[in-house]
Design a protein around this ligand. Structure first.
Ligand code: IMP
Length: 424
């Protein structure tokens, strides 16, 4: 099969950027199919660290086509900034193609995102990245969105943009906020439109021509399964289809062309933003995971909530994505621990649940049932194969694989490209 898909199996920040960078060694095309610049994919190459928000991680490999698919929501000013910064560092922007059907994120979407959040009571806030993602997908569903194809027709873009901005300004002023200045915002947008127009194309045809030509393609998921608009912890989710099935609609790929589905799973759990998190640790152990794992948001810098690995949620994620291969990341963060806990079931209202509940209210009441495993108390960061790992680390991985019902294909033991090995 030509198309592999890589998705996060938790609440995001599993290390997808790094994995994609490693997996793109032999691919011809990398495709983003959902989300926007709420994502922050970190890739470390040599001494350099890059954070990508919209540009597919294939950009670091010469000649790899990088597709921003129709399912993505694109902040044109953000994308221009990201592209100019990478171009200055010598990367080739001609590798990028932007779908004419991708919806655009504008200043009014970001303003509305922040405004909506500010109106929610404590405990009801979603904790969005304030990148305008939800309002843009809402406009798309409401059929009042503006798509990237319009970047090539400035007259039409300006007319649509000013009409939509006026509509949002009515809401802002009614709420006692300042209106956005249409002329100032148009000038910023016009500059980005001129820069991006040459990159706009029919990416569905590009992707399908590549499939036909037998090229190797990797679809790069952003955010993750438990933040999926349908299958995540609604309403504490993002607004797109983050699961492997989302790659079909978000890039225009027929299901029969999907090959291997990679699921990325951190060796423990983290979450940014609000919403249920059964294994969250609000203690010294949680603090240690945050510190040793460098758990701060790549997009917003927010400290991430940390906890033990939840294999009940993990098994659910592997099931709905059809994970063929699991990539376990950040195993090294657990190196110093005496013992490690794995959540193997939940207790909800006094009853044991072995399966992940799709009802967010039930999940919010879930208490983790733990299995405790001995730690390995030595560094794994130089391991180059499963055999190099201490026995207890191998046992931990084997137990995770058994509990989530997916085969481990890759293990990552540090942030660098070379701190990743395949499990044969
Ligand atoms: P939004 O996508 O900005 O609307 O945010 C909705 C929820 O998804 C919030 O809880 C965010 O913290 C979370 N979120 C969005 N993007 C990411 C990401 O790339 N990593 C982790 N969490 C994310």
């Amino acid at each position: 099969m030509a198309v592999d898909v890589l998705v996060g199996t938790q609440w995001g920040d599993e290390g997808k950027g790094k994995l994609i960078d490693v997996l793109t060694r032999d691919v011809d095309m990398v495709v983003r199919f959902q989300g926007g610049n709420n994502a922050g994919h970190t890739v470390e190459i040599g001494d350099n660290k890059y954070v990508l928000h919209l540009i597919p991680s294939g950009i670091f490999r010469k000649g790899v086509d990088c597709i921003i698919g129709n399912g993505v929501v694109v902040d044109p000013i953000g994308l221009m900034g990201e592209m100019t910064a990478l171009a200055e560092q010598g990367f080739d922007m001609s590798q990028i193609q932007l779908s004419s059907n991708a919806h655009l994120v504008f200043a009014y979407h970001k303003e509305f995102d922040a405004f909506s959040e500010s109106r929610l009571a404590e405990g009801k806030k979603i904790g969005t990245t304030k990148r305008g993602i939800g309002p843009t997908y809402a406009d798309k569903a409401y059929r009042s969105g503006i798509r990237a194809g319009e970047l090539c027709d400035l007259e039409s873009l300006e007319e649509m943009f000013r009409t939509q901005l006026a509509k949002y300004n009515e809401i802002f002023t009614a709420a006692g906020m300042d209106a956005l200045d249409p002329d100032e915002k148009w000038l910023e947008l016009e500059k980005a439109a001129k820069y991006l127009a040459p990159f706009v194309t029919d990416t569905v045809q590009s992707v399908n021509s590549a499939i036909k030509a037998g090229k190797k393609i990797l679809c790069e998921g952003a955010q993750a399964t438990l933040l999926d608009i349908d299958h995540g912890t609604y309403p504490f989710v993002t607004s797109s289809s983050t699961v492997s099935g989302g790659a079909c609609s978000g890039a225009g790929i027929a299901p029969r062309n999907i090959g291997t589905v990679w699921g990325v799973m951190k060796a423990y759990c983290t979450r940014v933003g609000e919403g249920p998190f059964p294994t969250e640790l609000n203690d010294a152990m949680g603090e240690m995971l945050r510190k040793d794992g460098g758990e701060y948001g790549a997009t917003t810098g927010r400290p991430r909530r940390c906890g033990w690995l939840d294999t009940v949620a993990g098994a659910f994620a592997c099931m709905i994505n059809g994970v063929d291969k699991l990539a376990v990341t950040k195993l090294d963060v657990l190196d110093g621990l005496d013992e490690i806990k794995l959540c193997v079931a939940y207790e909800i209202d006094g009853k044991r649940h072995d399966l992940y509940p799709s009802n967010t209210k039930l999940l919010a009441k879930a208490k983790p049932v733990y299995e405790t495993m001995p730690g390995w108390k030595c560094s794994t960061s130089n391991a180059k194969s499963l055999d190099d790992l201490p026995e207890n680390a191998r046992k931990y991985l084997a137990r995770v694989s058994e509990l989530v019902n997916a085969e481990i294909g890759v293990v990552s033991v540090g942030p660098r490209r070379d701190q990743t090995f395949e499990v044969k």
